[in-house]
Design a protein around this ligand. Structure first.
Ligand code: SF4
Length: 493
């Protein structure tokens, strides 16, 4: 669960990194092309690698995986022609566990006694290492270093007769956050962890496509393939889609729902709808709450693009202060084309962002951003805005202070590297060089989501990176092997 070192020497790795995106379709023409399009819409959830596994009419599986962006991996007509079949699952990877190697690129695929199974997983298992040690002791040979492979081995050793029962058996033994799609020659399966931390939605293509079912991490992936949104897969629900239609299984009973609140602040694409709530409107409401909570006299509201834009719009509308694109983002920053020397490394932030001087010069500026992680990027942006002639720079953040790391599928630095874990807001303002700094309050965030305030007994969302309230046990981290559930017992070992 350690964050990966950045592979880009310009990148000071200051920020949250998205997790993964999954997509699946059952019984549609051009299943591979639909999946590639879906993964393209989910590119923001992972840019390191992608893979697609298809199932052909004759029962054979076809797979292609690669490192890089979806368009580069699946832009080759020959590759797409090889992905035959009317059923497919796909995955975009941002590596939260395991190194970036082709063997870790999903969907993972394994041949079992019941046939082939491809699995694509978004999330992070909090007892993966503990389970893995037990599985290795039993003789399981791991091919990858990703925790998702634990699912594959748990399914393999399960004594249940059919694949769905084996999957349920496996899911009852894992802890953590998961949204997964799996494909075998009888069905497409979607599953969410009992608290529903990571998203998974169900959609349906039109009559021309035979009403084929689609599963995806976000609704923006349904939109791109022309599928109609049906509903979210519920926390703890398993949906089994086959030629007879859709079947829902709820093996975990009803527990507390803890959808990741950061999806609304930053991770999800703004045109997605999460758990019935449109992301874009929520971000604007967060900005309006922020304006009410932490007003300061200023001449202009400037978002830190792109993720700060909707919150800044909400802030501007509520405060009546004009909104300007005072920082322009370069969208074409990929791997660096220049090896930086120490003398010019500090220019790195300008590769991504530049100040739009005429909108800033001589003004009192309110900068709106979504979060402060280590603080290094905020410091550079404040400095850049000052250099462009701003008279005052006030920073407003559309999330509460990030005081804890995420162990549920988002790559965050260790706690000691989080600025808010070590400093109060005043100190943070001084460190980043802002005239003032304010974060939305936890209750303000919940108000923006339509609640009166945070209910500590049942918040309804995961907000552990702001509160340290980890609802799912951190078994590997805390070293509690006794929490490993029934791995051997369930199999009569
Ligand atoms: Fe989301 Fe934060 Fe919870 Fe991680 S800890 S799942 S980022 S709310």
């Amino acid at each position: 669960m350690q964050p990966l070192p950045s592979t880009n020497p310009w990148d000071d790795d200051d920020g949250f990194h998205e997790e993964c995106g999954v997509f699946g379709v059952w019984n549609a023409t051009d299943a591979a092309a639909l999946t590639a399009l879906g993964l393209h819409a989910l590119q923001h959830r992972g840019q390191e690698a992608s893979g697609i596994v298809t199932l052909s009419e004759k029962g054979g599986f076809h797979a292609h995986r690669g490192l890089g962006l979806v368009g580069d991996i699946f832009g080759d007509a020959k590759v797409m022609a090889g992905l035959k079949g009317r059923c497919a699952v796909g995955h975009n990877r941002y590596a939260t566990t395991g190194e970036t190697a082709l063997r870790n690129v999903q969907p993972l695929f394994a041949d079992f006694e019941f046939g082939g199974l491809a699995v694509a997983h978004n999330g992070n298992l909090t007892n993966a290492s503990t389970l893995k040690r037990a599985l290795v002791r039993r003789g399981c040979l791991f091919q990858s270093t990703t925790d998702s492979e634990v699912f594959v081995h748990l399914i393999a050793i399960s004594l249940y007769a059919n694949v769905v029962d084996r999957l349920i058996d496996a899911l009852k033994q894992v802890q953590g956050a998961y949204s997964l799609v799996a494909l075998h020659d009888g069905a497409l399966i979607g599953a969410r962890d009992p608290m529903g931390v990571r998203p998974l939605v169900l959609g349906r293509l039109g009559a021309a496509e035979g009403g084929a079912y689609v599963l995806a991490s976000e609704t923006c992936a349904l939109d791109i393939v022309g599928a109609e949104f049906i509903r979210d897969v519920e926390p703890g629900e398993i949906v089994v889609i086959d030629n007879n239609g859709l079947r829902s299984i709820k093996p975990f009973g009803r527990g507390q729902s803890r959808f990741c609140i950061f999806e609304y602040i930053y991770f999800a694409r703004p045109d997605s709808v999460m758990e019935g709530t449109p992301v874009y409107g929520t971000r604007k409401r967060i900005g309006a709450e922020l304006a009410r909570e932490s007003h300061v006299e200023a001449d202009v509201i400037v978002p830190v693009p792109d993720s700060g834009v909707p919150a800044a719009m909400g802030y501007a509308a509520e405060s009546g202060i004009p909104f300007e694109l005072g920082i322009i983002r370069n969208h074409y920053v990929g791997r660096t084309f220049i090896e930086p020397t120490d003398q010019i490394r500090h220019l790195g932030v300008k590769l991504k962002h530049s100040a739009n001087r005429p909108t800033i010069e001589g003004k009192r500026v309110i900068l709106v951003d979504d979060s402060i992680v280590r603080g290094t990027t905020s410091k550079k942006i404040v400095e850049m805005v000052r250099q462009a002639g701003a008279r005052e720079v006030h920073m407003r953040i559309s999330s509460p202070p990030t005081t804890h790391s995420c162990f549920y599928g988002i790559d965050t630095p260790e706690r000691e590297k989080l600025l808010a874990a070590k400093h109060d807001v005043e100190e943070m303002a001084r460190i980043i060089g802002a005239d003032s700094l304010a974060f939305i309050s936890l209750d303000g965030l919940y108000r923006a989501l339509g609640h009166a305030k945070r209910d500590a007994g049942n918040p309804g969302y995961c907000d552990a990176c702001f509160t340290g309230d980890y609802a799912i046990p951190l078994t590997d981290l805390e070293g509690h092997p006794e929490r490993v559930p029934v791995l051997l017992a369930a199999n009569g070992q």
